[in-house]
Design a protein around this ligand. Structure first.
Ligand code: CP
Ligand code: NVA
Length: 302
């Protein structure tokens, strides 16, 4: 297979994505049975983190260890990237030493630039615009709970951020309808809305937006890098909290997802994460299994 990157969900075909989700479910089952499977023995993943992380770092690092390989954590504080070494030089150097690179950064263009100069697969582990690895785990979680998401209705409540943009891509690739309930001024990427208008639309009122939803999703009101806007965002999003009352307007068996970390009392009520229908802990766990399926896809089919 030619060199493949995973910068957005659009880098894999719908068929490849479905197979990957199914593979993640198998890998999860086998891992829980104690099966040793080490397809990445002696292989190394470089992990560049320019923003904080708990789930992403631990799931990639554990996944590589379980696959018989290893991972190197790289932060701008202690690499030359933080002192201004050009991305293209870093890409050329690192990709001569490691077998894949995972990047969490600000501008999406940075991961694109890195990928252009890399000889090994590059994985987007969150940019200001997209978070595709989270969507792999979310699609796996939905599939485990309810089967195929094709033809279902998903409602996004809150900020039109990187997660929301990725849900738009998921609607396209996994064939579902997406309703976005965001306050005016906080919409997802305009070009994405335009390109996907046959299946994605905005309904500003969250109560109306969740009607008929099979899945309700939210995320923090201020993402990493937007800390200065926190107070202004709390005011703009005050009517956009997901709580049991809002969930009661969705379909009776609707699921609730949040990529975490969550701010209880803001985008979710204190009790929301532990309500029946909330699958947030499974979503977090599935980062491990979905990314193992991704690493296997990118590195073992080569
Ligand atoms: N959901 C997610 O990506 O979490 P972290 O920021 O902890 O990696
Ligand atoms: N939208 C959030 C997601 C964190 C996993 C952020 O970018 O901070």
């Amino acid at each position: 297979m030619a060199l493949r990157h995973f910068l957005t969900l659009r880098d894999l075909t719908p068929n490849e994505l479905t197979q990957l989700v199914e593979r993640a479910i198998v890998l999860k089952k086998e891992h829980k049975q104690g099966k040793i499977y080490e397809p990445l023995k002696n292989r190394v993943l470089g992990m560049i983190f320019e923003k904080s992380s708990t789930r992403t770092r631990v799931s990639f690092e554990s996944g590589m260890a379980q696959f018989g390989g290893s991972a190197i954590f790289l932060s701008p504080r202690d690499t030359q990237l933080g002192r201004g070494e050009p991305i293209e030089d870093s890409a050329r150097v690192l990709s001569r030493m490691v077998d894949a690179v995972m990047i969490r950064t600000f501008e999406h263009e940075k991961v694109e630039q890195f990928a252009r100069y890399s000889n090994v697969p590059v994985i987007n582990a969150l940019t200001d615009d997209y978070h595709p690895c989270q969507l792999l785990a979310d699609m796996q979680t939905y599939h485990e709970q309810k089967g195929s998401i094709s033809g279902k209705r998903v409602t996004w409540v809150g900020d039109g951020n990187n997660m929301c943009n990725s849900f738009i891509n998921a609607a396209r690739q996994f064939d579902f309808e997406l309703i976005v309930a965001s306050p005016l001024g906080y919409d997802p990427m305009t070009s994405l809305l335009e390109e996907n208008k046959s299946r994605v639309r905005i309904i500003r009122d969250p109560k109306a937006a969740v009607q008929g939803a099979d899945l309700v999703v939210t995320d923090v009101w201020a993402s990493m890098g937007q800390e200065d806007e926190q107070q202004q965002r709390i005011r703009a999003f005050k009517d956009y909290q997901v709580n049991p009352e809002l969930m009661s307007r969705a379909n009776s068996n609707a699921l609730f997802m949040h990529c975490l970390p969550a701010h209880r009392g803001e985008e979710v009520s204190e009790d929301m994460l532990d309500q029946p229908g909330s699958v947030v802990w499974d979503e977090a766990e599935n980062r491990l299994h979905a990314q193992k399926a991704l690493l296997e896809f990118l590195l073992c089919n080569a």
